[in-house]
Structures are given as structure tokens and as C-alpha cells.
Design a protein around this ligand. Sequence first.
Ligand SMILES: O=P(O)(O)OC[C@H]1O[C@H](OP(=O)(O)OP(=O)(O)O)[C@H](O)[C@@H]1O
Ligand SMILES: O=c1cc[nH]c(=O)[nH]1
Ligand SMILES: [Mg+2]
Length: 218
Amino acid sequence: MEKQNIHILTSQPSVANHFVAELRDVRVQQDSLRFRRNLERLGELLAYEISKTLPYTPSTITTPLGNRHTQLLLEQPVLATIMRAGLPMYQGMLNYFDQAFSTFVGAYRAEEEGQELEVNMEYMASSNLNNRVLILADPMLATGKSLVKSYKGMLRHGQPQQVHIAAIIASPEGVAYVQQEIPEAQLWLGDLDDHLNEHFYIVPGLGDAGDLAFGPKI
Ligand SMILES: O=P(O)(O)OC[C@H]1O[C@H](OP(=O)(O)OP(=O)(O)O)[C@H](O)[C@@H]1O
Ligand SMILES: O=c1cc[nH]c(=O)[nH]1
Ligand SMILES: [Mg+2]
């Protein structure tokens, strides 16, 4: 795992630590509204951090009393996410990049086959990605297979000029795989955990983000 191109929100203490801590806490997790809202809040904070690195253009704003020069985004990014668990975090990013177009991917981790884990991708709706800033958000970066498969599928819809991948909790194994497969991406993480267990869950992680946000899958 290379350290360059990785930005970790909780590497400096801030209220982000509280939001990540609540996501992990087995007692607080029982409140699914709070769980979803914490995913959303971290999506907002990561969007704000990413926004500091995007291109801006000088603009003049007219108030009732005069003019003010400022810098505004050259263009809105395209926000992409992977259903289900990505939806609250995506909503947080959309709160801040409020005119962004969106890309949705339906992908899920299937049963493990021996030592391997397969990701099924069954749905994609995307706007044109050609020359755009793409932000791909998914709260959990475990093996990285969901993010890599989704990103590669998205390239059918154009070649972005900048790629940002945002995750709330990541494993070192997943980060290394994403860096190998998508070397052009900047990685924005809430926190970086210890390792994956034998079922490819992040340890200590938080459990199953999709189930905690939306209920167990049958
Ligand atoms: O890095 P990976 O090993 O691919 O794991 C990460 C994926 O696992 C979760 O989705 P899941 O497959 O559980 O689907 P869900 O969102 O419907 O729960 C999560 O939201 C990621 O998309
Ligand atoms: O730890 C993990 C790994 C994948 N998906 C989750 O929701 N949690
Ligand atoms: Mg899940």
C-alpha cells in the first residue's frame, strides 16, 4: 500500500472521529436512522475535503448592496455510488455538490467460492463521464472488488479527467488493490483499519453497512 494519494479524515482529531466512532459502536448501531445520518455526515465532510482540491474559476456575485469577487467551482463533479450501502454517503456528497449529475451502480458481494469472493454487477445508470471529475463513493472498501469492478464498468460511459474514490472505512488490502487497478485515483478515507477477516469483512470495521442501514438481506 502506497501512502501517496491517500487522505484520511481521522488522521487529525475532529468531529469526524465521533461520526466514525458511532458507526462502529454496537450500541449506537441499533439506531438505523443515526447510522444512515452518520454515513451522510461523513459523505458531507469528505465532499468538503475533496472540494478543496478541485478547479475553481473567478466569479463576481451581485448582492443587493454591491459586488463581491469569489472563486466558484469550474464545474460540478459527477457523483457515483454503489447500492445499497452507498446511498446515504452519496446523499451527503450530493448535499454539498448540489448540482452534480449522478451515476448509480447495483453491485453486491456474492457468496465466497473457496478462497475467492465474487462481485455481481447487475445495474448501471450513468451520465457522460468524458472529461469530468468523477467522485465514486462507497462506505466500505474491503477487498476493493466492488469499487474496481464498478469503476471499470463506468468507463463505458466516458473517460474522466480526475477520479476520486471515497470510503468511510477501508482495509489495507482493499486500498492496495484499488491503487494497483486504478492508479489514477485519489483516495479519501474516513479511517484505515487493521485487516480483513476470513470472510472478507473489515476488522475492526463496523459489520455489514448495507444491513445496518437498510435491514438484513434475505
Ligand atoms: O470491497 P468489497 O470486498 O467489494 O466490499 C465492499 C462492498 O461491500 C458492501 O456492499 P454489499 O456487497 O454488502 O452490498 P449491500 O450494499 O447491498 O449490503 C459495501 O457497500 C461495498 O459495496
Ligand atoms: O466489512 C465489510 C465488508 C464489506 N461490506 C461491509 O458492509 N462490511
Ligand atoms: Mg452489505
